[in-house]
Structure formats: structure tokens, C-alpha cells
Design a protein around this ligand. Structure first.
Ligand code: GLU
Length: 305
């Protein structure tokens, strides 16, 4: 399970996505990619199209491939930790449908991917990657091309998925929004000034905003430059979310002068252990209290695994 970053606003998305992905590097990954939606520049079509760059390797290598002019004010990015298919350029996210209209980034595992892939292939869909994620792009696109709103298409596609996901979806035809969803893999929204962010981890957002909204499992959000709305996967019922303020220092999300995150974490161990144990150790009785385990001895003994 790796990293997701998304941006929508008045700035070009690519540099913000690349910066956010670099902040997620500490999680480890094997490849990275971005997609941005841009008005069909120079074609006079007035239609939006997607620009995609993705490759195996480091975020810095991806950044080197992104041209200086990579215009698009709505975009999604990903660092991948391969579960289905080897680390490679084609298996990197974002994954697109056949027409190149829908782009998806995904953290997690789609358990019934083989079954869905076989069904889509029998309908004539040609796959370009070995990933479980690619089925999502095709499922969403099939509905979006029928004129279904992006959020409804995403919700309907997710109904067919068994597994875990944090996703961000971009539609070339509806670049005024990004749709994100969470089930077992975190998604957090970041609220800016006439711009919005989304990520799998606040560390990708703290440079831009401290105002965040954590999605719950089974929840989706439509994110626009001027705000967002959240709703349930089950029945599209609107949910009410209160933004919270991240009060951590930006240094908490970087190496704080150490050569590597590993070194920083080693130095943090005494404080981390102290924090973990505080309130759980009762010196008077030389014992520990583990909150949350509200079961009696008979229940505890009944566990077989
Ligand atoms: N299962 C997906 C893949 O293998 C996503 C992996 C991830 O969470 O990075 O491409």
C-alpha cells in the first residue's frame, strides 16, 4: 500500500503532485506517476485531455521526465508498491481506460481483480498492465461514457470491487473535480484557499495546508477547487465532516537534519517508547493496563488463532 496525492485549483498541478510524492517517499515504493487534466491546448477543441507520465524508479527520475510545460490544474499522482504485476513502467499508476479519458491511482488490493478482468476481456476490453487496479479504470469509463456523473460511475464501479482501496479518479471530460474513495486504505482531504488537495497521508499536504478532513471507510468525496462534499459508498447519502487542524511541525514529516528517516526514527525511539507506555504502566502495583481489551479470561482463552 503506497502513496496518493491529488490537486485541484488555479496552479499547475504537476509540481505540487511531484512535491507531495517526494514527501511520501519515506514509505518505500517501486515506481511513480502523475496525470493532469488540461484543456486541449492548441487543438481548438475546447475539450480536456489527460497528460500522463509514469515510470519505474524514483520520484526524482519521474520529475526529470515531466516537461517544464505540463499544464493542467487538476491532477493525481501515485507512488506504487507492487502487489499485482512486477514493478515496471506500464504497471505504474495512474491507469487509464482504453480511450484515455479516465485515470485512476489506487492503494490497496482488489481481491476479485482476476474475475473482473476476465469479464471485461470477454466484453472486448484490452488491458495494458498486469495490475489489479486497471479494472477500475475500465469499469468507471464504461459508465462515464454513457453520461453517468463521475461520482456515480466511481460508486457503481466500487460496488463490484472486493478488497481494500484508497483511490483518486480523474476524468478528462470533467476536470472540475476529482473523486476519491476510501476502504481500508486512508484518504485525507486538504483544504486550501480556492484550491483543494487529497492524499493518502497528511505528510504530503502539510506544506500547503493544515486544515484536513479524514475520510472514513466506505466514504467517497467529490473534490473541487472551491470545496468538497462527502457521501457514503452504500447509498450516496451525504455525510457531514468537520475539518481538523494538523498541529504537527513540518519537521515531523521530514528527516529533521538526519541523513535518513531510519536514522531519525532510531533517535526518536526513547520518546516513542515513553509515549506508548505512558498511562499504561501502573508503578504502584507493578502492572500494566491495556485499554481496549474488554474481555474476561474465559473469552481470551477461547481464541484459537
Ligand atoms: N495493487 C496495486 C498494484 O499492484 C496497488 C499497489 C499499491 O498500493 O501501491 O498496482
Amino acid at each position: 500500500m503506497c502513496g496518493i496525492v491529488a490537486y485541484i485549483g488555479s496552479r499547475d498541478a504537476a509540481p505540487i503532485l511531484l512535491e507531495g510524492l517526494a514527501r511520501l517517499e519515506y514509505r518505500g515504493y517501486d515506481s511513480a506517476g502523475i496525470a493532469v487534466a488540461a484543456k486541449g491546448a492548441g487543438q481548438g477543441s475546447g475539450q480536456a485531455s489527460l497528460k500522463v507520465r509514469k515510470s519505474k524508479g524514483r520520484v526524482a527520475e519521474l520529475a526529470a521526465q515531466v516537461p517544464a510545460r505540463f499544464a493542467g490544474k487538476t491532477g493525481i499522482g501515485h507512488t506504487r508498491w507492487a502487489t499485482h504485476g512486477v514493478p515496471s513502467d506500464v504497471n505504474s499508476h495512474p491507469h487509464l481506460d482504453q480511450s484515455g479519458r479516465i485515470a485512476v491511482v489506487h492503494n490497496g488490493i482488489i481481491e476479485n481483480a482476476d474475475e473482473l478482468r476476465a469479464k471485461l476481456q470477454s466484453d472486448g476490453v484490452v488491458f495494458t498492465s498486469e495490475t489489479d487496479t486497471e479494472v477500475l479504470g475500465h469499469l468507471i469509463a464504461a459508465l462515464a461514457t454513457e453520461g453517468v456523473e463521475l461520482e456515480d460511475a466511481v460508486r457503481a464501479a466500487l460496488k463490484r470491487i472486493v478488497g481494500t482501496y484508497g483511490i483518486a479518479v480523474l476524468d478528462a471530460e470533467q476536470p472540475d473535480r476529482i473523486v476519491v474513495a476510501r476502504n481500508g486504505s486512508p484518504i485525507v482531504l486538504g483544504i486550501g484557499e480556492k484550491e483543494m488537495f487529497a492524499a493518502s497521508d497528511v505528510s504530503a499536504l502539510v506544506r500547503y495546508t493544515r486544515q484536513v478532513v479524514h475520510l472514513d471507510d466506505g466514504e467517497l468525496a467529490t473534490v473541487r477547487a472551491d470545496g468538497f462534499n462527502t457521501f457514503t459508498q452504500e447509498d450516496a447519502r451525504a455525510t457531514a465532516k468537520q475539518p481538523s487542524i494538523v498541529d504537527w511541525e513540518e519537521a515531523s514529516y521530514d528527516t529533521a537534519g538526519h541523513a535518513h528517516f531510519l536514522v531519525k526514527e532510531i533517535h526518536e525511539q526513547p520518546t516513542s517508547v515513553e509515549r506508548t507506555l505512558s498511562g499504561r504502566i501502573d508503578e504502584r502495583f507493578s502492572t500494566a493496563h491495556l485499554g481496549g481489551l474488554n474481555m474476561d479470561a474465559r473469552e481470551a482463552r477461547a481464541f484459537r488463532r
